[in-house]
Write a protein that binds this ligand. Structure first.
Ligand SMILES: O=C(O)CCC(=O)C(=O)O
Length: 326
């Protein structure tokens, strides 16, 4: 087991609820960001079978300027419009390369065609970015910095929701050298969307992923075995709790299973910024959240870097670290 900073208060065990509603309940008064109104998370997804118009969701009043969110989406659009040979310079399957480009359009895996191009850059602790198109690197860097600040605020609130002092997660996960990945996805219109998938179902490694998109929609989350459409509020962040928050909280927060579907009419661009511990952090359930009688540790300890390497094996990381229920 790794060592973590100590608790300020005794944690109040919480029953995991709809993961998209979790953050709403964690702090009273609500999260305060450097803007005049408190941030609000509204998430009430409806079943994709019963509803054609899902409820609008997202973290608003987060303090990141709308102009910056629009500029980073526009910058990604320009990047994807570069000639293919300029993008292929970054094509690699090595997840440790600081800049990666991939094109999945037309590759059939299992029963679906994958319909996505992506560019991923390591943004923290060191920032990397393609130098083209002009101005792209600057806008991505500013966006990553601002979205990381939002993440740090959310993690303070989550620390408190678990009964810890507000900097608990920051210290336990060595977030000063925390790993941040900026991932932009392009989903072109697909003539037969029912035969294709943008991104197959997965959970994210790390603590929190913040996602924005260009207003087209396509993200779905799984809850109680059913898929729900997510309909983001304008200029909001969709916040996904990820694997290492599930591990650290000993299952109180659940990592959100999600996927992206495609459509036949419009090009969708989404940007996910994944925020995790430093690579050398051993992540295990916080000792204070483990009780050998009533709530034994549900996950083994693993270095974050080793967990990331498991991606290459294609098996979901949580399956490697989850302990069998006694
Ligand atoms: O495009 C989306 O909505 C989901 C993106 C995603 O899950 C990812 O980049 O890992």
């Amino acid at each position: 087991m790794g060592s973590h900073p100590s608790l300020r208060t005794t944690p109040t065990p919480r029953t995991p609820m709809n993961p998209m509603l979790q953050i709403l309940m964690i702090r009273s008064p609500p999260l305060i960001f450097p803007c005049s109104t408190p941030a609000i998370l509204i998430n009430a997804p409806k079943s994709s079978k019963t509803s054609t118009k899902p409820a609008r969701s997202g973290l608003v009043n987060h303090g990141v300027p709308e102009t910056l969110m629009k500029a980073v989406l526009a910058g990604c659009n320009k990047f994807f419009n570069l000639p293919m040979e300029e993008k292929l310079e970054f094509a690699t399957k090595d997840i440790w390369k600081p800049i990666r480009f991939g094109t999945g359009v037309d590759i059939k895996v299992e029963k679906f065609f994958f319909w996505r191009d992506f560019v991923k850059v390591i943004a923290h602790p060191e920032f990397h970015c393609p130098s083209k198109p002009q101005g792209f690197s600057e806008v991505v860097q500013e966006y990553c910095k601002r979205s990381r600040e939002v993440t740090m605020e959310l993690l303070k609130a989550i620390s408190e929701s678990l009964g810890f002092e507000e900097n608990y997660i920051e210290k336990a996960m060595n977030l000063k050298s925390g790993w941040q990945i900026f991932a932009a996805n392009l989903y072109p219109p697909c003539p037969q969307p029912e035969l294709a998938m943008g991104i197959p179902a997965h959970t994210d490694h790390g603590l929190l992923t913040l996602l924005i998109e260009n207003g087209i929609g396509g993200l779905q989350i799984q809850h109680n075995g059913k898929w729900f459409h997510v309909n983001p509020l304008p200029n909001s962040f969709l916040v996904n709790t990820a694997d290492h928050l599930e591990i650290l909280s000993n299952g109180r927060y659940k990592s959100i299973m999600h996927r992206a579907v495609v459509n036949s009419k419009s090009t969708r661009i989404s940007i996910a910024t994944a925020n995790g511990p430093s690579l050398d952090t051993m992540v295990c359930p916080a000792l204070e959240l483990v009780d050998n009688e009533s709530r034994p540790a549900a996950y083994i300890s693993m270095k974050y870097k080793d967990y990331m390497d498991l991606q290459l094996e294609g098996k979901p990381g949580l399956e490697h670290v989850r302990l069998p229920v006694a």
